[in-house]
Ligand binder design. Sequence first.
Ligand code: SF4
Length: 328
Amino acid sequence: MPASEQENQWRVSSGTAAVLGLCSLRMEAAPTTAYLMLGERCARNCAFCTQARASHAHAAALSRVIWPLFPEDQVVAALARAHREGSIRRACFQVTISRGYLEQSERAVSTLARACEIPICVSVAPRNPEDVGRLLAAGAQRVTIALDAACERVYDRVKGGSWAQTLSLLTECAALYPGHISTHLIVGLGETEREMAEIMQRLHDLGVTIGLFSFTPVAGTALADCSSPDLLHYRRMQAAHWLITGDLARAEAFGYNSQGQLVNYGMSPDRLRELLAEGTAFRTSGCPDCNRPYYNEHPGGPLYNYPRPLTRQETDREIDALLDTLDG
Ligand code: SF4
């Protein structure tokens, strides 16, 4: 669609649009964050992304989700109402790299911030810390700079560009704007579990909030024929994320086999069971109130990220299955 036709319109994830009353959709779990997309086809070429330059996926798709366009003023009014009523507790702009994307993000953030007090996130590729500062000054509560890959090797292969430079921008921004910087990490792009646990520890020590995703093959992308990670691989990484970000254990204490697979968390199975007992480790992680329903999974399951609290049985089942994969 030509840029002129997109002016004053925002893409809204279909689940978000349903919660906002902009369309009707049957959902097993409703989003508690409003997901909005800004920009056109991205200038970058991440191999997993539906919005990548070379992707053949539909222009309205991001990951598994479809994002129809709605007039900006209609979305802002509906969001202000949903925030007042408590059905939506955060708004998240996902921004592709296209002409004027930073100015467009700033404008969108300040429009929404003027209309209501909802906490706003912007997931964007800033060029420098000043870009981040401008978004925060416009009214964003958090800026997310996606690292996506756990290490240089994987970053090179699936994203291109420099992992080290993105990490250094995250480091600088986390020091300048403490408590306001998040990132995304994708499990299952070819990194070892050790590499993922180590980068989570490093980012947590910097004060960066981590949203964990599972790699999801989507038609039209370069990685469409690859598989999602094994569910237990993902569960081991969710447990590592929970322990690291809760300051309950450090990655240096974890044990790994010769393939870099996590085989223990440096504690007894009973202690691990106790620390995971609430089941929260298996829920969607990242900014507060972000549950991203069905972003990584089919509604029929399996649920990589639970978008809602787990039942007692689900928690016990996940912990038992996880413990079965560990030594001792
Ligand atoms: S963690 Fe959730 S709310 Fe935060 S930037 Fe990522 S998708 Fe948006």
